[in-house]
Design a protein around this ligand. Sequence first.
Ligand code: CAA
Ligand code: NAD
Length: 292
Amino acid sequence: MQIKKVGVLGCGLMGSGIAQVSAVAGYDVTVLEQEQKFLDKGFAGIDKSLAKFAEKGTLKEPVEKVRGRLKGVTTPQALADCDIIVEAIIENVEVKKKMFSELDTLIKKEAIFASNTSSISITEVAASTRRPDRFVGLHFFNPVPLMKLVEVVRTIATADDVYESAYAFAKKLGKVPVRTSDKPGFIVNRLLVPYMLDAIRAYEEGVGSIPDIDNAMKLGCGYPMGPFTLLDFVGLDTTYYITQVMFEEFRERRFASPPLLKRLVMAGWYGRKSGKGFYDYADPNNPVPGKY
Ligand code: CAA
Ligand code: NAD
């Protein structure tokens, strides 16, 4: 099927990035949020990112033309004629199921539904709609405008043509898609999440300080960010929700939340997006590591 109009659910870290790359690729994009203030925050991030690309001369069109294809809304009816919906709201299965079952009645029946979930079963969310055959996972990576990978997730119910359309859509966004199936964490988070949680456990056990563990993994392994910088970047709330889903599925300690992660989340310290996590970002150019 031909995809022309894209609907994005959520304008947070991921939704704003998915909306941006879709508009840059030439699609008309409508983004749904709960309240205007979240749209304002997300669109401010898009403007900043587009300005950086324009400055580097890597945008093929003027920023205003790309921006002209992006619309923010707070009522789901505005998504009715979209050809694909990419969901990037909170990592909570009940909230995602409720959202998709409501949209199922509003959005044209040929449209493809996709979830950007990090860990939740796509099959379970798809089963809350009457179109499980038209449902896939499209798992983007943070920051979406820079990260090339998209995991394209097939469930046991996904129709072949729908899967291929979603795969082709990821390619049209300039991304490199990989094929994977609906197992918790897919490829990347299956490997990445235990690594990040092990870093927290190492810190809890006194193996090293937060900056020393970060530097060790950057300089010793050539990773672009150390694990604590990455955790703060992903969002500690999101990481904590991911651990709950993955531990529930596998019942293995390597997927369980270390106590410190839970406590940071309970304190409302979600990382970079809330101004504090493993580091304090009062001065974003000079993050100060916490001593927990
Ligand atoms: N839009 C446009 N440009 C951006 C940008 C954005 N959102 N973010 C950064 N840039 C630009 C910067 O301005 C900078 O430009 P200059 O070269 O002109 O200075 C350039 O990109 C490089 O940025 P930085 O110098 O700030 O930092 P960097 O070299 O470390 O690169 C990075 C940034 C690409 C994010 C890199 O640090 C990186 O790859 N980090 C790891 C990210 C990662 O692992 N993501 C996956 C997270 S897990 C996930 O997403 C899945 C899940 O389900 C949880
Ligand atoms: P976020 O907290 O930055 O943004 C979520 C947004 O969804 C918020 O702006 C919130 O207002 C909005 N929202 C919540 N409920 C909503 C509803 N019912 N209707 C409309 N909007 C709603 O979170 P995020 O980091 O962008 O994560 C979103 C999804 O993407 C999650 O499923 C997460 O697991 C996944 N993901 C996150 C990352 C990451 O690195 N942060 C990477 C890949 C995938």
